[in-house]
Design a protein around this ligand. Structure first.
Ligand code: ZN
Length: 486
């Protein structure tokens, strides 16, 4: 908000100055007009009265001059010509301008199917601004003009918009107007006119032209771009949001409560999390706020970053097992378990990709992380192409139980399954893959050298075409080789 409306009135520039007694008289008239208002307006009236306190010092009793003499009123730094409005419209318009924070937008959205912008107003009805061309024929007087925003507060009368709609149009002017011009609203709110330029526009067209996102930004409103989930889907989403914020390190370390009987930090966090989810499940305001703080792009990035960490962890666990051998009590994590885990992770990455990555350019970083995690898996397997238990006395007979490479790379082709990791990579955006061409070429060269099934090499070559002539074996093949530097 810029300067409060009340202040604006005292700086009246054009037209007769409003007197205190006028304000007093109008307040009484507004109170009368509001007496017949529908449900939901009571809170507004209270807040409305509070908002008016600064001007309520005067006790101008009887007054003669009619507010119909007034031509220009101000809203913040903007001016409106109200000479064309009826007395009743003026009352409502003033009511809108003087409402302070009694009317505020909880969040706004664009609904595609109805072609409308919806402004969810706190504690009252949403205001709809619908896509309708202004009609040449005068609409029936018992229904609002098609281009006029409407809300369900019940204050709409023949050709007379409610204060919520006037309030919204004032917000549009404040967002997109120019304070050097004078504006004029229609009594039924069907149009906003720039009187200085004799330029008239419907509210829908104005939002369409300047974009809802820009309006939300300028008025500091939450914009919901995805449609609110309900029921279980909302709970799932809230879980996803809060898992991003989970202080993993702290919770899972040996951080215990010092007082006996009090919850551990982990339990306390769980209760906090459950309370937030339970509240946001039925409170749109909190829900929209949370999902805008932890938006899907952040969630996707965190998801794939954690996937990368898990891939690294899996290889570390394998190495630890190889170093220490089966220690008896520990859960074994050898080649077989590692291979299963990697297959699981690859599937999780692919599922996460399908679910979380849209065509939004903001998701490019997340797509990049997903691709990197997949390549980490593939490279980790290729670089460990050796008998990992060599030199140990462990009784493991089958080579595919001693080496990830035959287990994951060769077996997929033998059973006619899709190529391990490579088939997932080939469907990723070329502009993301391009950043990994060198790594992919190096992997392809190693695969060829190791005699991997041909489809692996040819698919990788199609993703990252080899430089010039097709290479022969990599200069330093084998398990311990680092990938060739370019
Ligand atoms: Zn209304």
């Amino acid at each position: 908000m810029t300067s409060p409306p009340i202040e604006g009135f005292s700086k009246l520039g054009i037209g007769p100055m409003r007197t205190r007694s006028q304000t007093e008289r109008e307040r009484r008239a507004q109170a009368q007009a509001q007496a017949g208002a529908g449900a939901g307006s009571q809170a507004h009236q209270q807040a409305h009265q509070q908002a008016q306190q600064p001007a309520a010092g005067s006790a101008g009793a009887a007054m003669a001059s009619s507010s119909m003499n007034e031509r220009i009123i101000r809203s913040g730094r903007f001016r409106y010509d109200i000479s064309g409005l009826s007395e009743a419209s003026r009352e409502r318009f003033r009511d809108a301008l003087e409402c302070g924070k009694a009317i505020s937008v909880e969040y706004c959205e664009e609904t595609e199917e109805a072609g409308s912008y919806v402004f969810h107003v706190k504690d009252t009805f949403p205001i709809f601004v619908e896509k309708d061309e202004p009609q040449l024929d005068k609409p029936q007087s018992d229904e609002p003009h098609p281009s006029a925003p409407h809300c369900d507060c019940g204050m709409w009368e023949e050709g007379l918009a409610c204060k919520h709609v006037f309030w919204l149009e004032d917000q549009l002017v404040r967002a997109f107007g120019d304070e050097s011009y004078v504006y004029r609203l229609a009594g039924d709110a069907s149009t906003i006119e720039n009187k200085t330029h004799a330029d008239t526009i419907t509210p829908y067209r104005l939002i369409e032209r300047r974009e809802l996102s820009e309006l939300a930004k300028r008025r500091d409103w939450l914009l919901d771009e995805q449609g609110l989930e309900e029921g279980e889907a909302r709970t799932d989403e809230l879980n996803d949001i809060l898992s991003v914020l989970e202080p993993t390190g702290l919770i899972h370390e040996d951080f215990v409560a010092t007082l006996p009987g009090s919850p551990s930090l982990s339990q306390a966090y769980q209760q906090f999390r459950d309370s937030i989810i339970a509240y946001a499940a039925r409170n749109d305001d909190l829900y929209v706020r949370l999902r805008s703080i932890v938006d899907p792009t952040i969630r996707a990035n965190v998801f794939f970053e954690r996937m990368q960490d898990r891939v690294e962890q899996v290889f570390d666990d394998l190495q630890e097992y190889v170093n220490q051998g089966p220690t008896g009590s520990e859960r074994p994590f050898g080649v077989v378990e590692c291979a299963d885990k990697l297959e699981e992770l690859v599937k999780e990455i692919q599922d996460g990709y399908d679910k979380r990555i849209s065509n939004d350019p903001g998701d490019r970083d997340a797509a990049n992380r997903a691709v990197r995690a997949l390549i980490d898996v593939l490279e980790g397997v290729v670089d460990r192409n050796r008998d990992l238990y060599q030199g140990t006395a462990w009784p493991i007979e089958q080579i595919q139980d001693r080496n990830l490479f035959p287990r994951l790379i060769k077996s997929h082709v033998m059973v006619g399954d899709e190529l391990f990791v490579v088939d997932m990579l080939k469907n990723k955006p070329p502009e993301v893959l391009r950043e990994y061409h060198e790594r992919l070429r190096s992997i392809a060269a190693k695969l060829q050298f190791f005699g991997a099934p041909e489809p692996y090499v040819s698919t990788l070559n199609s993703i990252a075409p080899p430089h010039g002539q097709k290479r022969s074996a990599p200069s330093a093949g084998g398990s311990s080789s680092k990938r060739p530097m370019k």
